[in-house]
Design a protein around this ligand. Structure first.
Ligand code: UT7
Length: 331
């Protein structure tokens, strides 16, 4: 049986650090409020002129280096983002051009905080089917351009940061190692709990000069609803994943959660009665980087030497849509 595995991994964050105190200078907020409710201490913001395909390019190069491959070995690019370079074409096409590999297939995945796990499962299926050999999966975000840094938008603006992570997915040399199980879910009834509707194609014309003043051009979130659904759906999907894959909690070395809010992940750990230390985090340094958060955390953990070959890892995500899911993999 062919399994796919992560052959190489890399990440990148822009150098500009923005602390909670920095945000408190431009809106009515404070470090205590942000830290107590989310665990975030600082985040990175890209400079003007930087696209998510630029951040993704550096992460992709790092992942290829780690895999001992070159650009020319990539035969498919999957790019997960909610902050694409432009509305169309997809950021995978821009990234492919920057990598200098015309002709290679490109796919954008628009599944917000679950985008990386959705992309990973697509890559897994293509590798298992024998259709592609080395699939580059990138999660990258430039959130900082599309946040409302006035008091009106402070509930959302303090949560997000910019960054990128990438993996190369290829056939595993061992049937014991690689992606063991994936589970994906969505519930579009809650689409308006977290959304940005500047692009409304039902309007003719879809955008007018007046819209920038009157329509909501910034992300909108019902934070309590997102929180409530996240903790419930994530607990369910983790338990179902363990049951389907026939593994017990003790078998899992680390849980690599999407970094939306430290409290969500602590709440899930408490509900499952799992040790909180098993749930890794770096939200304190990067905030919520949406599609980039899981590969960014996985890459950091790997570089710190904490992951050994054969370790069982459980990845999970929940976000706008709502969309959520898990990936269970043996490193
Ligand atoms: O990947 C998915 C992404 N999103 C999430 O996972 C979000 C999930 N939800 C959450 O993490 C929490 O709902 C938040 C951290 C966003 C908010 O925490 P909360 O405990 O639900 O706060 P709240 O929205 O009920 O607001 C409490 C108070 C309000 O003031 P009043 O009405 O009590 O006077 C807000 O206006 O805090 C105020 N507030 C702020 N104060 C200081 C809202 N944003 C801020 C802020 N700084 N940035």
């Amino acid at each position: 049986m062919i399994r796919s595995h992560i052959k190489g991994i890399g990440s990148y964050v822009p150098p500009k650090v923005v602390t909670n105190d920095d945000l408190a200078k431009i809106m009515t907020t404070n470090h205590e409020w942000i830290h107590a409710r989310t665990g975030i201490e600082e985040r990175r913001f890209a400079e003007e002129g930087v696209f998510c395909s630029d951040l993704g390019l550096i992460a992709a190069r790092n992942a290829l280096k780690d895999a001992h491959l070159t650009e020319n070995d990539v035969d498919f690019i999957i790019f997960a983002t909610l902050s694409p370079d432009h509305h169309f074409p997809g950021s995978a096409c821009y990234l492919q051009a920057k990598m200098g590999i015309p002709g290679v297939a490109c796919l954008d995945v628009r599944n917000q905080c679950s985008g990386f796990l959705y992309s990973l499962s697509v890559a897994d299926a293509f590798v298992k089917a024998g259709m592609y050999k080395n699939i580059l999966v990138v999660g990258a975000e430039v959130h900082s351009s599309a946040l409302d840094f006035t008091d009106r938008g402070r509930d959302v603006a303090v949560l997000f940061g910019d960054g990128a992570g990438a993996v190369v997915v290829s056939a595993s040399p061992s049937p014991e190692r690689g992606i063991i199980y994936s589970e994906l879910h969505a519930d579009g009834r809650h689409a308006r709990a977290l959304y940005l509707d500047i692009w409304d194609i039902s309007k003719k014309p879809y955008i007018t000069e007046e819209d920038a003043k009157t329509r909501q051009i910034w992300p909108q979130m019902d934070g309590k609803t997102v929180f409530k659904h996240a903790v419930t759906r994530v607990e369910e999907v983790i338990l179902h994943t363990l049951e389907e894959a026939r593994v017990s909690p003790e078998d899992i070395k680390f849980v690599i959660p999407h970094q939306a809010n430290m409290r969500i992940n602590q709440f899930v750990a408490a509900k499952l009665k799992w040790p909180e230390e098993k749930f890794l985090h770096n939200i304190e340094r990067y905030g919520n980087t949406t599609a980039a958060s899981i590969p960014l955390l996985l890459d950091e953990t790997y570089r710190e030497g904490k992951i050994e070959p054969g370790d069982l890892l459980l990845l999970f995500a929940f976000g706008a849509g709502f969309t959520w899911g898990t990936t269970l993999l043996r490193w």
